[in-house]
Every structure is written in C-alpha cells, then in structure tokens.
Design a protein around this ligand. Sequence first.
Ligand code: NAD
Length: 260
Amino acid sequence: MNMTGKNCIVTGAASGIGKAIALKYISDGANVAIADLKLDAAQAVAAELTAMGPGRAIAVEMDVTDEDAVNAGVQKTVDDLGSVDVLVSNAGIQIVHRIEDFPFSEWKKMLAIHLDGAFLTTKACLPHMYAQGSGTVIYMGSVHSKEASPLKSAYVTAKHGLMGLSRTLAKEGGLKGVRSHVICPGFVKTPLVEKQIPEQARDLGISEEEVVSKVMLGKTVDTEFTTIEDIANLAWLFAAFPTNALTGQSIVASHGWFMN
Ligand code: NAD
C-alpha cells in the first residue's frame, strides 16, 4: 500500500493533527493541499513539507464554513495538483460551556465549522471524485462521535453528526468508487487541547493537573495521550487501503478510553 501520486486536501492542516497527516501523506509520495483559515501558517507548513518530500504541498486559504471559499479552494487544488483523490475534513475548534450557559452564537459557530465544513468540502470534492470513479473521504471525528462529556454539547453533537454524514456518503458513493471513514481520536496534545485545560479547570472547579489526569486520561488504560502520529498513521491506512472494503467504518484511537 502506498500513496504515490495521490492528490489530497487536508483541512486545518496548518496545525496539529492535520499537519501530521499532511506530513505522513507527503512522506509517502502524495501531494497535499494545506487548506486552512490561516494562510500564512498554511504557506509555512507547505514550504516545510515540500522541502521534506518526496510529495509536494500547496497552501490554500479556506474558511470551511464559507461555501464560495471552499469551492474556490477545491478548484485551486484541482488546477494545481490535477485531481482530488483524498479529502481529509479535519478543521475544527473546541468551545466548552454547560448547556445552560452556551451562547447560541458559539453553538452555531461550532456546528458550522465541524458540520457545515465537512458537508461543504465533501460536496465540492464529490463531482471530481465521481468523474474519475474513485475517492476517499476521511472525517476527523472524536471519541466524542460515540461518547459524551460534560461541557461539550456542541462538540459532541457535531462529532456524532459526522458519523451520519460518513455513513450516508458510504452508501451514496459505493457504486461510484468513493469511500468514507471517520477517525475518532481520544485526547491528543495539540493547541486545541492545550487551550481546554485551563478552561475546564475553571468550569469544573478543579486544578489543571486534575483536568489532565482525571478528565482527559482518567479512563485510558495506560494514562497516555494519543499522538498526532497515531492519527496520521490511521489516516494513511484509510487513504492507502487498496480496496473499498472499509467504507462506512469508523475507528477509535484512545488508549482504551472508549472501546467498541
Ligand atoms: P489545532 O487547533 O491544532 O488545528 C486546527 C486547525 O484548524 C488550525 O490550523 C486552524 O487554523 C484550523 N481551522 C479552524 N477553523 C477553521 C476554519 N473555519 N476553516 C479552516 N480551517 C480552520 O487542532 P487539532 O487538535 O489538530 O484538531 C484537528 C481536528 O481533530 C479537529 O476536528 C478536532 O475536533 C479533532 N480532534 C482533536 C482531538 C485532540 O485531542 N486534539 C481529539 C479528537 C478530535
């Protein structure tokens, strides 16, 4: 299995998990559009990864909640790289509040980035994938696609929603060669998680050390964080897999926090 010559879009690839996935793909010969809200950061990552090779990266400015920006970014990718074979819908943020305190504007922002973003990027890539008769879509879910935690109503709702979108795409895309997957990480130490530690300590009335040891890692079997490399390896497996046998499947990587 390898990804030589595959052309990919990874959203939110200027940081964290998305960047690690782009690195893994490029190191295996794929080309990757680093699609991110932050153009400067995307350009820096694209230059860094292209220098490592053997694949190459391009930077694409994209707010995944903006239909025109998504359509333009996907078209730019096809124009520059020649096709889109793999979409990793990964861009995401976290906002935590108790339900009764959750500002409606922040609820809508969460659903827009996670769900509208996944829908719009999928919708923009599918015509290209259907025309060539092949494609892989990978959604960045979470253990919270299958489990709930206090304070995370918007995130849990959005991440559960991705399961529905992925399964529907698996059924619609099956006879057209397009497959669909969800990766469900446990806690991975990225800027998204670093930001949550003081916020959860404040909202739960516990220390930051307790947030890490009890809330984040308390249910793992070995008190270890999942790593960006763990998730990149799974994203490689789904993208490089030689058949459509895994379509519609999700996989959890959480050091035993959630087992199914
Ligand atoms: P991160 O903050 O390191 O990276 C997120 C990236 O998304 C950033 O580069 C940011 O600029 C980009 N982004 C944010 N809003 C965007 C928008 N509207 N349009 C385009 N790009 C946008 O976070 P991460 O931890 O790498 O998270 C990546 C994904 O993994 C998210 O979907 C997150 O929910 C998911 N996830 C993370 C963890 C974890 O523990 N870190 C666990 C499970 C799932």
